[in-house]
Design a protein around this ligand. Structure first.
Ligand code: ADP
Ligand code: MG
Ligand code: ZN
Length: 478
């Protein structure tokens, strides 16, 4: 008997907020510093100290909530999530339990044929991060620098129906978050972490199956692979007549498998209760509206606008909006050189290639939109060939000089001077009598060969279009 199953997935994303200081103290919110150097009595959890909420953290939380279409809870309250672990000096984590800063939002993910699917966000709440344990041969070391790092946990409803949808959701979410500039959103560096909950159920069943929760993935690809692995495992367990046990599992990237970390029986009862050190308060509606009005255009809106306003195709527009700084560069460039398609080609092609090779963002390059527009104009006017233009771009990025400067200094301008070109053509005609005869007898393709000879003679500096015309004229005239 073969039974069809449906996959059900819900994701929890932990986003590290890049504020200057930690969530409840004045310690710097930074990485890679000397272990335990960024600590104080508050984040070390010493008795008698009091946490004070970082206003910026709250504003970032509201900002993300609004960008994800959430309702904002103006009533701000923090709770203690109690458990004991060496990386948690207070033996509780300050989090938000029953009043998350944001709830009931959504993200639209792409489906086939230009359609979209709505993935609901259940909640987004603020909390502090724990410290970091390192295990080595001698023992375990603890670094409390990360203690008190502000996190926003974004939890979906169980709306995702395949590992691919989970992957797409993460892509769309990450881009939306990047636009807000509140986090580095880098999964490899741990500033974006994802726990994936997955279960299966017979097709048509409305009740949820028993889930497993997978942790420890360090890329979106790993999230997808871990989910694929789990779906197969769940199916095999259920098909063999056994039951899935609810548990937390870890992903092993080397083996590409998951393994059990702890089962539900070992799960903690966190004994949440309101943190008496942090008095609840209400955020002014006016403040929330202020933040709403400060939201940048969303990547989705920008994509639609780029297609409309600049008549770009889906592909070009999609690449441009992947980085809002690239998108802004594009728009400034188009203000000067109005052929949007050409600008998009240069940016999405040669420029992005160079940025990748140099491993720098567009905000750190030595050329301005004005300078790129000037380069494109030089190519379009035939001053330099497309190929030479790409070399000029490299030079521009290396030196910060303008295209004209480089073209002049290196003598790269195509020779478009009629008499100079005619002299070259006459020489070519003299040196290649066979080809000329063939051309005269109707083998018109041979002109490519002759143009090639002329280009060689001028070290590629001749304007090929003009050369072709002159050759025809000289042969016919002769
Ligand atoms: P927990 O208390 O175990 O953390 P939550 O109810 O907070 O569970 O849900 C965490 C995430 O798991 C949410 O994204 C939710 O949609 C998802 N989820 C809950 N139950 C299931 C299930 N049976 N199958 C798949 N995902 C689930
Ligand atoms: Mg949870
Ligand atoms: Zn501190």
């Amino acid at each position: 008997m073969s039974q069809k199953f449906e996959t059900v997935i819900g994701l929890e994303v932990h986003l590290q907020l890049k504020t200057a200081t930690k969530i409840f103290c004045a310690c710097a919110n930074q990485f890679g510093e000397q272990p335990n150097s960024l600590t104080c009595p508050v984040c070390l959890g010493l008795p008698g100290t009091l946490p004070v909420l970082n206003r910026q953290v709250l504003e970032y939380g509201i900002k993300v909530g609004l960008a994800l279409g959430c309702e904002i809870n103006p009533f701000i309250k923090f709770d203690r999530k109690n458990y004991y672990y060496p990386d948690l000096p207070k033996a509780y984590q300050i989090s938000q339990y029953d009043f998350p800063v944001a709830k009931n939002g959504f993200v639209m993910i792409p489906k086939e044929k230009g359609e979209q699917k709505k993935i609901r966000i259940n909640r987004a709440h603020l909390e502090e991060d724990a410290g970091k344990l390192t295990h080595d041969a001698v023992g375990t070391l603890v670094d409390y620098n990360r203690t008190g790092t502000p996190l926003l946990e974004i939890v979906t409803e169980a709306d995702l129906r395949s590992p691919q949808e989970a992957y797409d959701y993460l892509q769309v979410l990450k881009l939306a978050l990047q636009y807000l500039n509140v986090s580095d959103c880098d999964m490899e560096k741990g500033s974006l972490r994802c726990d994936a909950n997955v279960s299966i159920r017979p097709m048509g069943e409305t009740k949820l199956g028993t889930k497993s929760e997978i942790k420890n993935m360090n890329s979106f690809k790993a999230v997808k692979a871990a989910l694929e692995y789990e779906v197969i495992r769940h199916t095999q367990v259920i098909m063999s007549g056994e039951k899935i046990v609810q548990e937390t599992r870890l992903w092993d990237d080397n083996k590409q498998t998951t393994f059990s970390m702890r089962s539900k029986e070992e799960a903690h009862d966190y004994r949440y209760f309101p943190d008496p050190d942090l008095v609840p308060f209400v955020v002014d509606q006016q403040k929330i509206e202020e933040i709403r009005n400060s939201l940048p255009e969303s990547p989705f809106k920008k994509l639609e606008r780029f297609k409309q306003q600049y008549k770009l195709n889906e592909y070009d527009a999609t690449i441009l909006v992947q980085d809002q700084n690239v998108a802004a560069f594009f728009e400034e460039c188009v203000m000067i050189f109005s052929d949007a398609k050409k600008v998009a080609n240069w940016l999405n092609g040669a420029v992005l290639q160079e940025l990748n090779d140099r491993k720098i963002p567009i905000t750190q390059i030595k050329i301005t939109p004005v300078a790129l527009a000037e380069l494109i104009k030089n190519v379009e006017d035939g001053v330099v060939s497309n190929l030479a233009g790409k070399e000029v771009l490299k030079d521009m990025l290396d030196t910060g000089k303008t295209a004209s400067q480089i073209i002049n200094e290196k003598g790269l301008a195509q020779v478009s001077d009629q008499s100079a070109l005619t002299a070259v053509v006459d020489e070519i005609i003299k040196d290649n009598p066979k080809a000329v005869t063939e051309f005269k007898s109707g083998k018109e393709n041979i002109i490519g060969f002759l143009v090639g000879q002329a280009m060689k003679k001028t070290q590629g500096k001749a304007n090929p279009k003009m050369i072709g015309e002159i050759i025809k004229r000289r042969i016919v005239d002769a």
